[in-house]
Design a binder for this molecule. Sequence first.
Ligand SMILES: [Zn+2]
Length: 78
Amino acid sequence: MDCARSIELLSEYSAGSLGEDESIFIRTHLSACLDCHSVFQDLKLIVETAAALRSENGIAYPDEEVLWQRVSVRRIVH
Ligand SMILES: [Zn+2]
């Protein structure tokens, strides 16, 4: 298990900006690790919600990257 590395890469993975090796690592890890899988689901929801709200009402919500990092850090520390 390499959860710290997985969490680090999740935001890039969701943005589709990872290389092939890293994408494979993430996919393999997510399928084997329930914790990271649920973190990924949570983060995806937050990012999608923030993006939707921002485009709907023009309010400046925190950048997605910042959100990801905050949530990741909280989950790792806990
Ligand atoms: Zn993990």
